[in-house]
Unconditional design. Structure first.
Length: 551
């Protein structure tokens, strides 16, 4: 009996040793991936281009017909064809924008609006049409705009009223505060896995912790102390801050085919809107304006739009954006802004994670109102040339050639109070240092070596295609128009940027890249610090490692 027990224990111990050897236990060293110099795709074999510069066709960016509803609200309409009306003819989009300052706590307002949407749908006796309208509502927010869209088969007047009601005086009085706070805190925990946690930490290092973009979202102190009274005050203050833009469909008067006429007749019957109405009559039928909008005086910092012409409207917006940049100049003595001179790798320690998330970037301009078209072009071009997905240098080298990542991308952010580019991706634990070094090497290379004209042309083609695709998405034209207003650009200036890109030469891009601090960007990563720090120091000896505690 004792002998059989001994044999059994020997087998158990042997099995444990075998499993430990297969799993490498916890003490086996990690085999880190070696670093390599950058690999570039060959663009010289592309046909047609040759030595002559290619002139890519540009589609005109159409501006909407714009009219003033009040001193602080505007109606915008694009002419729709019969085909486009079938998809867009029942959409309304109400957007409030703030060109002067960043919006405080837009995440809280959006959470409150979603709670109100559910409350209204569950407590009111609704018709089938009204229920469909509530169900179709979508909420969007940025640090300079809050939008509500609706898409249902109802009269324009009803849809307009449903949109405006979210900004009424008592709109957030009956929402569930406990649910709002719980959802916002849950989103923070989810963000640790989706990437928003590292995004927030990266933005604080990039722009400074006191920058408005880092003060006005995910504010735990405001969320913890949220009450009906404080939410109502936040809602009222924001309403007084915003400038209002309502986007509604309009039929093209040139339509003559039978299908168009039938659709037009049905729509006119539904909306009670006559094509020969004056602008004032159209505004009265299309909108159902709330009393607070008619009586409330707009913030004096808003610039009034000239409703007589679209160009005048956008010129006023440009003046407003320039005033915004001046009014919001950040005092460098009180703000912890990064100089991008010190080589520091900020690490958010996440023990036992098998992936390392990476963010690398730099500020390219302090405010878009002060930035030139060339600044925007440089930011767009470098972000796209390196990080435009499958066609970018980073993706080609770090995924396709070396297999260090599932994906690595770049983006240029052109916001009213800052313009910056950043690159992001995730990698396996053993690839962490090689992946980060590869990204940094590519940033340095673009300041040392000219890109081919073919690669530049391919990048411009990508940017143009991206713009055209964005216009075809739901509310794409509206979003583009709002971006123009926030950046202070006219439609002509916006188009000018793409035209200038078509003339860009390799030497010009090299010179522009050298005006930026590409060799000393801000780097933030989230991973297991104990396991990757030694390899980071070995592969990046000139960089200091500094642990970062996320909020």
């Amino acid at each position: 009996m004792k002998k059989s027990h001994s044999i059994l224990w020997a087998k158990i111990i042997g099995l444990a040793v075998f499993i430990c050897s297969q799993q490498a236990c916890q003490h086996a060293p990690i085999s880190f991936t070696p670093a390599q110099p950058p690999n570039l795709a060959n663009y010289n074999d592309l046909p047609v281009f040759g030595s002559e510069k290619v002139q890519l066709p540009l589609s005109a960016i159409v501006s909407p017909q714009t009219m003033s509803l009040t001193t602080n609200s505007f109606l915008h309409q694009w002419s729709l064809t019969a085909d486009s009306f079938a998809q867009q003819g029942h959409q309304l989009y109400l957007v409030g924008i703030s060109t002067q300052t960043a919006i405080a706590n837009p995440d809280i307002i959006i959470a409150a609006f979603k709670q109100r949407q559910k409350h209204m749908a569950n407590t009111q006796v609704l018709t089938a049409v009204q229920a469909a309208c509530y169900d179709s509502m979508r909420f969007r927010a940025s640090l300079h705009s809050i939008g509500i869209s609706i898409n249902c088969m109802a009269t324009t007047k009803l849809k307009s009223a449903l949109l405006w009601q979210f900004w009424d005086n008592q709109a957030v009085n009956e929402v569930n505060i406990a649910t709002i706070k719980r959802n916002l805190k849950l989103n923070k925990h989810i963000g640790a896995f989706t990437g928003s946690e590292i995004d927030l930490a990266f933005r604080k290092q990039l722009l400074g912790s006191q920058h408005p973009y880092n003060q006005n979202i995910n504010n735990n102190a405001v969320i913890d102390e949220l009450t009906h009274s404080s939410l109502s005050a936040l809602h009222t203050e924001l309403r007084q801050q915003l400038q209002w833009h309502l986007f509604a469909p309009q039929f093209s008067p040139q339509l003559t085919n039978t299908k168009a006429q039938t659709l037009k007749a049905n729509t006119l019957k539904t909306n009670s809107l006559k094509t020969n109405s004056s602008k004032t009559q159209i505004a009265q039928h299309v909108t159902s304006l709330p009393s607070w909008l008619l009586t409330e005086k707009p913030d004096s910092s808003h610039s009034a739009f000239d409703s007589s012409a679209q160009t005048s409207a956008q010129t006023s917006a440009k003046a407003s954006a320039k005033a915004s940049a001046k009014a919001n100049t950040i005092n460098s003595s009180t703000v912890e802004t990064s100089t991008a001179k010190d080589k520091i790798l900020y690490i958010i320690d996440a023990p036992d994670t098998v992936q390392t998330q990476v963010r690398i970037g730099l500020v390219t301009a302090t405010a878009t109102a002060d930035a030139t078209v060339q600044d925007a072009n440089t930011c767009q071009m470098i972000a796209a040339l390196l990080g435009r997905g499958y066609s970018g240098r980073l993706f080609y080298d770090l995924r396709e050639v070396r297999g260090l990542s599932y994906g690595v991308y770049g983006r240029c952010v052109n916001a009213p109070l800052s313009q910056y580019m950043y690159f992001y991706g995730s990698t396996a634990l053993e690839n962490s240092s090689a992946f980060i070094k590869g990204m940094l090497d590519h940033l340095s290379l673009i300041t040392e070596q000219t890109a081919s004209q073919n690669e530049i042309n391919a990048t411009v083609t990508y940017l143009q295609g991206k713009q055209q695709l964005s216009l075809d998405r739901p509310f794409g034209k509206e979003s583009l128009y709002i971006r123009q207003l926030l950046s202070g650009q006219t439609t002509a200036e916006f188009s000018q940027g793409m035209s200038q890109l078509q003339q860009l030469t390799p030497m010009q891009l090299l010179q522009q890249a050298n005006t930026l601090s590409l060799t000393t960007p801000i780097v933030v990563l989230r991973g297991d610090a104990d396991k990757i720090s030694a390899d980071l120091q070995q592969k990046l000896p000139t960089w200091e490692l500094r642990q970062l505690e996320p909020d």
